[in-house]
Each structure stands twice: as C-alpha cells, then as structure tokens.
Design a protein around this ligand. Structure first.
Ligand code: ZN
Length: 71
C-alpha cells in the first residue's frame, strides 16, 4: 500500500519544556516525598501528603530543590 505523507517521528515533541517536570513535592511538615499534587506551570495548586495529611500547598517544596533549606 502507498505511504500517505512522510513517516511520523518516533518521539514527537509537543513543545520545548518551559518548566522542568516535577516528579514529586517534599512535604515540609514531615519531609516525605509527595506524589499526589497538581501544578500550574511551576506553581503548586494542590497537594496532599498521605503521611501526615498536610494539604497546605504552602507547606510543600519542590522536590528538586538543591541544598538544605535553612530557616
Ligand atoms: Zn507530610
């Protein structure tokens, strides 16, 4: 059968990533990686820690932060 158009690329990229993909958030209450969350761009919109029940997005940090966070 004839090919219809050029072959599709194996790994099509929608667009260059503006923000780094976040794998998890760190719950700053108990320090547990948290995988239940929603983000809007680089901003956390929803997050829930299954360990301590924390659901305040202010109390989560991006897991990819480098270095200790002194307060
Ligand atoms: Zn927690």
């Amino acid at each position: 059968m004839p090919l219809d158009g050029p072959p599709k690329p194996l790994n099509p990229k929608k667009k260059p990533d503006e923000f780094r993909e976040v794998d998890y958030l760190m719950c700053s209450q108990c320090g547990t990686p948290c995988y239940v969350f929603e983000m809007d761009g680089s901003r956390i919109t929803e997050a829930t820690c299954l360990v301590c029940g924390n659901d305040e997005v202010r109390l989560f940090n991006l897991g990819e932060e480098s270095g200790p966070d002194d307060e």
